[in-house]
Write a protein that binds this ligand. Structure first.
Ligand SMILES: CC(C)(COP(=O)(O)OP(=O)(O)OC[C@H]1O[C@@H](n2cnc3c(N)ncnc32)[C@H](O)[C@@H]1OP(=O)(O)O)[C@@H](O)C(=O)NCCC(=O)NCCS
Length: 219
């Protein structure tokens, strides 16, 4: 058992060093302030792309306050400084009798974290979580000129339908299996491990900075 854990941790470190996997954590109500900070850092155009309309700060405050972590799932990626650099909201749509269970996916990555696979990892994690939660259809509603999101959706195998300047991308999900359960558990474990590693590194840096002074690049 002990050896197995060591072997697993070693595998996680190797994966981390090789930069092959993006650790995606499931967020909870205790992360509200990080989520708020993340969304407030998005510029006007990114907010428009994310929410489909101009989105002032007050609307973002309201959105974050009303996030329901018991009903929906929210995922996040943290940078080396434990800043929430990417997040996704998987909102379960009301169940309609005789129709497939569905969820809507919304995502944002701060500009400095883009084009490194974070959006893809958040979509992949949300798709696996959806399968494990008996969701059969995953939707993304976005503006038709959102090239990055369109590309991401098509790369993930989603079907895209355009109407009146908007686009709906959807993915029919196969049922969960033992593989999807293991994949989600492994990603969760890997993300917890990664977070603890970054937390320790941050504390160690802070201790050194206390003795030596904070280097200019870290200010
Ligand atoms: C959409 C978004 C989440 C993508 O995040 P990301 O971390 O950069 O995503 P990834 O790195 O996984 O993939 C981005 C892909 O889009 C491609 N891309 C980026 N800009 C593009 C553009 N203008 N046209 C075409 N492709 C583009 C990248 O090259 C990359 O493709 P690749 O993996 O094949 O090289 C990010 O741009 C964002 O937060 N946008 C603002 C909010 C938003 O639009 N949300 C989606 C609506 S819910």
């Amino acid at each position: 058992m002990h050896n197995n854990n060591l072997a697993n941790d070693h595998l996680f470190i190797q994966t981390y060093m090789a930069g092959k996997a993006v650790p995606v954590r499931e967020l909870h109500a205790g992360h509200r302030s990080e989520i708020l900070n993340h969304l407030l850092q998005l510029g006007a155009e990114d907010r428009r792309l994310r929410f489909g309309t101009q989105t002032p700060d007050e609307v973002i405050h309201h959105y974050v306050e009303s996030l329901n972590f018991k009903r929906d799932a929210v995922f996040g990626v943290f940078d080396h400084d434990l800043r929430l650099i990417g997040m996704a909201h998987l909102a379960y749509l009301p169940e309609i009798k005789g129709q497939a269970h569905a969820a809507e996916f919304g995502v944002s990555v701060l500009p400095e974290g883009r084009a490194q696979g974070l959006g893809t990892a958040l979509l992949q994690r949300s798709a696996v979580h959806s399968r494990n939660s008996n969701i059969q259809t995953l939707y993304v509603h976005c503006l038709a000129n959102n090239k990055a999101m369109m590309h991401l959706a098509q790369k993930a195998g989603m079907t895209v339908e355009y109407a009146y300047g908007d686009a709906d991308a959807y993915l029919k999900l196969p049922p969960a299996n033992s593989g999807t359960n293991v994949e989600e558990a492994a990603n969760e474990q890997w993300a917890d491990f990664d977070y603890a590693l970054k937390e320790n590194l941050k504390l160690a840096n802070q201790a050194w900075w206390w003795f030596l002074g904070r280097p200019r690049h870290a200010r």
